[in-house]
Design a protein. Structure first.
Length: 201
């Protein structure tokens, strides 16, 4: 059985590292099927080893892509060390900009600050804010770490500004105008750009 580790979305190449995630978001794309943006199934039979991932990259001409995006059917920072090692090897060979799409809970996952580990490797970090208030965030995101998650995600985002050239917070448009306004207030407080994404069902 083949696994989809890499898949194309427009002019970007996406990396599916794991299906593990500490959240159970109400709007998660995984609730709607097996793939995303026309890809084959993104459910993995196992977490791919570093060599499996690098071998898959050999099938692609990286100069064709605008970005390499670490985002699949799980939270990429669950496998932070593997992700960073792969990125380091891609950077050595020359590659497009590296973007990390994350829920921002890496510090809680690993029990220590982690944003500094992205320095020189990740060019763009896109963090799922999901809601503008703690109460709504917990209701929508349902993180296994509970109450501390909302603040931890914001601290990770703030820390990333010191190590990553571009940091973005995102929400999906289905959360409603009130929560989008509250999310903008959080982004403004942190000094980070907010992107409102169209919900892809």
């Amino acid at each position: 059985m083949s696994m989809t580790i890499l898949y194309e979305v427009g002019n970007n190449l996406y990396v599916n590292l794991t299906n593990k995630c500490p959240c159970s978001c109400t709007f998660c794309i995984r609730n709607n099927g097996d793939g995303a943006y026309g890809s084959d199934s993104l459910w993995l039979e196992h977490d791919p080893e570093e060599q499996e991932i690098l071998k898959d990259f050999e099938k692609y001409d990286l100069s064709r892509y605008n970005e390499i995006v670490f985002c699949g059917y799980g939270e990429p920072t669950m496998r932070l060390d593997v992700m960073l090692s792969v990125i380091g090897k891609l950077k050595e060979k020359g590659c497009p900009a590296i973007r990390l799409n994350t829920n921002g809970l890496s510090d809680l996952i690993h029990g220590e600050p982690t944003a500094h580990k992205l320095k020189g490797l990740v060019d763009i970090v896109s963090i799922s804010l999901n809601a503008g208030t703690k109460e709504e965030y917990l209701k929508v995101t349902r993180p296994k770490y509970g109450d501390e998650s909302f603040e931890a995600m914001q601290k990770f985002a703030s820390d990333c500004k010191n190590y990553v050239p571009s940091v973005i917070l995102t929400v999906v448009d289905v959360i409603g105008e009130e929560q989008i306004a509250a999310s903008q207030a959080v982004a403004d407080k942190l000094g980070i750009k907010l992107r409102v994404r169209k919900y892809e069902s």
